[in-house]
Design a protein around this ligand. Structure first.
Ligand SMILES: Nc1ncnc2c1ncn2[C@@H]1O[C@H](COP(=O)(O)OP(=O)(O)O)[C@@H](O)[C@H]1O
Ligand SMILES: [Mg+2]
Length: 288
C-alpha cells in the first residue's frame, strides 16, 4: 500500500515545513494544497475528489472557518480528515470547548457566557475581579483581556458592544486563575501525550502565548498532567491536539485545546521529534 498524505494549509508556518520534511524523510509522498486556491465542486463524485485531493488529509488551516468548511467538504466526499471537522468545530470555539471539557469531566476554569453587554457586566461582577474576557474564536492571545475591576470591565465590554465582529455579542468571561507566570503546552497525538513545556510570559505581559515572545522550558510529564490532558483530548474527540493547562491553587486546569497545534516552541525542549510523531500517526490512520 502506498501512503500519500495531503496537507491542506492556508499559510506555511514553521510547523507545516517541519511536517512536510518529516513526510519526505519517511519516503512518503505529500501533496500540498493551498486552501485559498481550491475550487470545490459539490457535484463531483467521491472517487473524483479523492483522485484530486487524496484519501488522507491533514487539515492545517490557520483560519478556523476555512479549515472547518474544507474539512466538511472532504468528509462529505468520504475522505478522512485529521483533525476531523467535528474536533475542529469544538476546539476552534472556546464556548464549545468549555462545554465539552466540562462534560468530559476535565478540570477547567469556571466560565460564564452571556449574549449582551449588560449581562456580561453582571457576569463579571458574579465572577469577581480580576476575571478574563475572551473572544470565542481566536488565537495567539489576541483580544484576551484581563478585567481588573468593575470600571475597566464596563469599558471593555462597552467597546465590544460597539463593534461588529461576528461573535462580538457572545461574551465568554472566565474566572482568573492565580497561576505562576507560565502555563503548560502539551502536544497529544492519538492517546499519547508526546511533549510538555512551560511557556513563561515575557516582561510586561500577563499572557503566556509563545507568539507574545515568552520563554519555553521543559516540563516533566507527571501522572496528574497525563491524566487531565488525555481526558481533555478525549473530551473534544481526539486527534493531533495542543492541550494547554494552568497551575491553579486546586491543581491543574485545562483552558484551551488547539486543533491546529503550533509546536515550534515545544520543539526547542522536546525529547521527541513532534513532526515525525505526527507523520507516524497519519500513517497509522491511513492504514486503518
Ligand atoms: N482564566 C485564566 N486565568 C489566567 N490566565 C489566563 C486565563 N485564561 C487565559 N489566560 C492567559 O491568557 C493566554 C491566552 O488565553 P487562551 O485561552 O489560551 O486564548 P488563545 O486562544 O488566544 O491562546 C493563556 O495562554 C494564559 O496565559
Ligand atoms: Mg492559548
Amino acid at each position: 500500500m502506498t501512503i500519500a498524505i495531503t496537507l491542506v494549509y492556508d499559510r506555511i508556518r514553521w510547523e507545516e515545513k517541519a511536517i512536510s520534511k518529516a513526510v519526505e524523510n519517511q519516503g512518503l509522498s505529500i501533496r500540498r494544497i493551498d486552501a485559498k486556491e481550491l475550487v470545490l465542486d459539490s457535484s463531483k463524485g467521491d472517487q473524483e475528489v479523492e483522485r484530486e485531493l487524496g484519501s488522507l488529509v491533514l487539515q492545517r488551516c490557520v483560519s478556523y472557518f476555512r479549515g472547518l468548511h474544507v474539512a466538511s467538504f472532504l468528509e462529505a466526499k468520504g475522505i478522512k480528515v485529521i483533525n476531523s471537522s467535528e474536533v475542529s468545530r469544538i476546539c476552534g470555539n472556546k464556548f464549545l470547548t468549555t462545554l465539552y471539557l466540562e462534560k468530559g469531566g476535565s478540570p477547567t476554569p469556571k466560565t460564564l457566557f452571556t449574549f449582551s453587554g449588560e449581562a456580561a457586566k453582571n457576569a463579571a461582577d458574579l465572577l469577581g475581579y480580576p476575571s478574563v474576557l475572551k473572544p470565542i474564536v481566536g488565537s495567539w492571545g489576541r483580544g484576551v483581556a484581563r478585567l481588573n475591576d468593575k470600571e475597566s470591565a464596563s469599558a471593555l465590554i462597552e467597546m465590544r458592544e460597539d463593534t461588529n465582529g461576528l461573535f462580538n455579542q457572545i461574551y465568554y468571561i472566565q474566572k482568573h486563575i492565580p497561576r505562576p507566570p507560565r502555563d503548560i503546552r502539551t502536544v497529544v497525538i492519538g492517546d499519547e501525550l508526546i511533549s510538555a513545556n512551560y511557556r513563561y510570559s515575557p516582561q510586561g505581559e500577563w499572557r503566556t502565548n509563545f507568539s507574545k515572545g515568552g520563554r519555553i522550558e521543559y516540563c516533566e510529564i507527571t501522572s496528574e498532567l497525563q491524566d487531565i490532558v488525555l481526558k481533555a483530548s478525549g473530551a473534544v474527540g481526539g486527534g493531533i491536539l495542543g492541550v494547554d493547562a494552568m497551575e491553579g491553587p486546586e491543581g491543574l486546569v485545562v483552558h484551551e485545546v488547539n486543533s491546529n497545534v503550533e509546536f515550534r516552541g515545544a520543539s526547542q525542549v522536546s525529547n521527541v521529534d513532534i513532526a515525525v510523531k505526527i507523520v507516524d500517526y497519519l500513517v497509522q490512520e491511513a492504514k486503518r
